[in-house]
Ligand binder design. Structure first.
Ligand SMILES: NC(=O)c1ccc[n+]([C@@H]2O[C@H](COP(=O)([O-])OP(=O)(O)OC[C@H]3O[C@@H](n4cnc5c(N)ncnc54)[C@H](OP(=O)(O)O)[C@@H]3O)[C@@H](O)[C@H]2O)c1
Length: 272
């Protein structure tokens, strides 16, 4: 490992694998030579290796041998097969990170040698824009320097926090699936703009930037969202009218239900 920068293998270069590669290269801390991929679909393999100039390894073993951190980004159902291959070649002291929804540390541990550090992580697609929320759960007895290395590497892709594994399925409903809910809200805001007569492209920009600004106000001021909401809601003004419509439509209950359903689904995805 050079300059405390870990070499990475991405097993499964699908949507998430690509988002991680794109974000790391955008950070400029990572160069294509620091990353290798292994992907079974030929078209996908060619597309990702040509677009990002990363090496496509001949086998999972080659990729995992090259890397300090092997990130497994295959679907939960393909996890067992990928883990079996990694388990056979991975060397002592290396790190394995799984981003698969619902796949527990206990399941990962079954296939990997004891002296390998194992992490269960839930990121989201915003890795690509380096604004992801990334929840990290280390397995028991993980060395402090391994946790620091994984956290600092993933922090290049957004905001990383360490949480006990018991929260991971819940975080999946919010963090992994959350961007889809926000896209729906942005689309609805933009449609509203169109309904009122704004051109569609302008309306999307207005909706997206307003969403971004509201999120930044929460993260940068540290204020409770309810207080920020009150700050933009004047008595007998425009906003309170809109808020009444949202409450009548039970927006909060609908969103709470959506996250709950997604978290339940994450629990069901655990492979056997
Ligand atoms: N998408 C998200 O927003 C998101 C967010 C957080 C976490 N995740 C997790 O990230 C993982 C990947 O999701 P995704 O949306 O990126 O799925 P995806 O686009 O389908 O990517 C998975 C890729 O891995 C390939 N693959 C499957 N088995 C393999 C193997 N043994 N060796 C190498 N490559 C293999 C797949 O090929 P095949 O199509 O042939 O299987 C596919 O190209 C999932 O476990 C998911 O739970 C996704």
């Amino acid at each position: 490992m050079s300059n405390d920068k870990a070499k990475l293998a991405i097993i499964g270069a699908g949507k998430m694998g690509e988002a991680i590669i794109a974000g790391l290269l955008k950070s400029e801390k990572y160069k294509p030579r620091d990353i290798q991929i292994f992907e079974i679909i030929e078209n996908r393999r060619k597309y990702v290796s040509q677009t990002y100039k990363v090496t496509s390894a001949k086998s999972i073993g080659d990729a995992a041998s090259f890397a300090d951190i092997t990130i497994i980004a295959v679907k939960p159902g393909d996890m067992k097969r990928a883990l079996e291959e990694i388990g056979q070649v991975i060397k002592k002291g290396k790190i394995v990170v799984s981003i698969a929804a619902g796949v527990t540390l206990e399941f990962l541990r079954k296939y990997l040698p004891k002296d390998v550090s194992v992490f269960r992580v839930m990121p989201n697609m915003a890795c690509m824009a380096r604004e992801a929320m990334i929840v990290i759960s280390p397995s028991e007895n993980t060395a402090k320097e391994k946790l620091e290395l994984v956290t600092s590497t993933l922090s290049l892709l957004g905001r990383a926090i360490v949480l006990d594994e018991k929260y991971l399925n819940l975080a999946t409903g919010l963090v992994g699936s959350g961007p889809a809910y926000i896209y729906l809200i942005i689309e609805a805001l933009a449609d509203a703009g169109v309904r009122l007569g704004l051109p569609k492209d302008i309306s999307i920009i207005l909706a997206a930037q307003t969403t971004l600004g509201a999120a930044k106000m929460v993260t940068e001021t540290g204020e409770h969202p309810a207080k920020l909401k009150d700050m933009v809601t004047t008595p007998a003004g425009t906003t309170i009218e809109g808020l009444l419509a949202l409450e009548e439509g039970k927006l909060r209950a609908v969103i709470m239900n959506a996250v709950t359903k997604a978290a339940e689904r994450a629990r069901q995805l655990q492979p056997t």
